[in-house]
Structure formats: C-alpha cells, structure tokens
Write a protein that binds this ligand. Sequence first.
Ligand code: GLY
Length: 315
Amino acid sequence: MPTDPVLVVHGGAWAMPDDMVDAHLRGVNNAISTGWRVLDRGGSALDAVEEAVVIMEDDETFDAGRGSFLNRDGRVQLDALIMDGATLRAGGVGCVEHLRNPVRAARKILSESPHVYFVAEGAEKFAAERGIALCKNEELVIPREVERLHSYQAELAKRTQSQDGNDLFAGSPDDVTISHDTVGAIALDCNGNIAAATSTGGTLNKAPGRLGDSSLIGCGCYADNESAAASTTGWGEPIMKLVLAKWTADRIAAGNLPEWSAQEAMNYLKQRVNGHGGIIVLSRDGHFGIAHNTPRMAWAYKTVKKHDAGILRES
Ligand code: GLY
C-alpha cells in the first residue's frame, strides 16, 4: 500500500531579526512547494530533498549557494550532503568554490560514483565531468555579505588587540546573533523511503578549508530507513563532536518519537558541548520533529493533510 508522503525543510536556526522573517518564510515555503511537486507525482524522497534544497541554495536569503557567508579571505566556500535512507548511499562535497548548487554535485556523487565524498577542486572536476556548469567564485558573492564580513572583521580587530586573536577570528559558537542559515530537507515518499539533504556556506569568517558539520554523514545530515532522516543547522563544531544527526536517528531506532528525539538532541547539544542550533527529523511512519535551542528557526512542512511554516520562537 502506498505511503502518504511527508516533506520537512529548515532554513537556519539563530536570532533572526524581525526584518528577515518574511524572506525566510517565503524561502522555506518555496522549497516545500518544489519538493512536494516531486513527491505528489510519485517521485522519490531523494529527488524531493534535492529539489527543495536547490531552491534554498538559489535564494540569497540563506547561507547556502549564492549569498552565503564569506570565509576569512572573502570567498564563498560551500559544503553539502545528500543521503538515501533506502540504500544508505550518500554523496558529499566540501569546500567547493565554483558550484552554484553543491547539492546537485553531491547527488551526482551518490548516483554515479563508488566514492562518497569529494572536496575542493576534485569535487568541482567531478561535477564538471558530469555536466554541471562551474561558475566564478565572485558570482556567488553578494554585497550584503561583503559588508557583513568587513564589519565583523573590523569588530574582531578591535576586540583582539589585547587577546589571542586565533579563537576569536573564527567567531564564537555560542553567539546566536550570527546567522546559521544552513538549509536542509527531509522527506518520506510514497514507497516508504526516506532521504535527507543539507547545504551550507558554513560560518562567517571561517578559515579557508574549514569544513563544518553539514556535509558530514551523521553530523549535519543522515538518512536510514531503519531509523530516521535528519538535517541539522547551527554552529558546526559542537554538532560534529556529537555526530548529532545520527545520535538523533538512533533515539528513533530505539523506539522514541521524532518529536521527543529532536528536542532531546537540542538538550544534549546544549548540555554536553554548549552548542546552539536546530534539527528536523522524520521517521518512516511519517512522524517528524522540529526543534531548536536558538531564539528562532525557519521551518516548513507539508503532509497530505496539512502545510505549515513558521519561525519557531524559543520557549
Ligand atoms: N552548520 C554549518 C556549519 O557550521 O558549517
């Protein structure tokens, strides 16, 4: 018997200012509309999460694709992962600088390579050889982010005069006023399969070559039909240390509901490593959880019965 599909997306967890709320809601709703079209015509969860994430990568509102945060050198450097819960096949790219939609390259890796992960020029070469157009890094950079980086670096320069600048230069994981606009999608299709995808520009002012949680299996993204599909957002280093997406999926495999497991993941992130962020998680029976421990998180979901979206507020 066919399963009723479910699609859930997020567009970052942080102290989003009021004047950015509408753009985030529009962005996550657009992602839902596009991903749902795939599921509604009987397409796979894998295709749905890819298409939903592409929409958010193309939307400059988010820290993914064009319009992402800039690294310390003023360049966009992107990470993405996609994973198929039915087969455990996965594709990831890290530190790519010439791809508008890193999730498309990640999908090619999943579908067409015996490997799981490519980084930097190797990832771009792989993508180009499979027909994905490369772009100049400057095409991914927008004035808003140049301005953001300059003011951040100016502020850090002031604050580091009397301190060791190395830690501060990368920013602070507990500063929730800095955007963590990583995007992600999780889906259940009519065949009962689940999938997940996550894409990010990483953290503001990151060191060149720094890789975050988003594109690492089990950290920022995970999918296994025997447990759950999950995508996280937030400061990557604490999330990586806890392998948080897999940690959460394991709670569901042990019999807990996704709603509870998502909240537990946020509690664990805060208590264990003082981390901040958010998570969406979905099991094969169609239950899903959305949680965050930041002041706000952009999210949306659609089932056959209901479509909803919001900017959750911290309780
Ligand atoms: N969660 C995005 C990053 O830290 O790279």
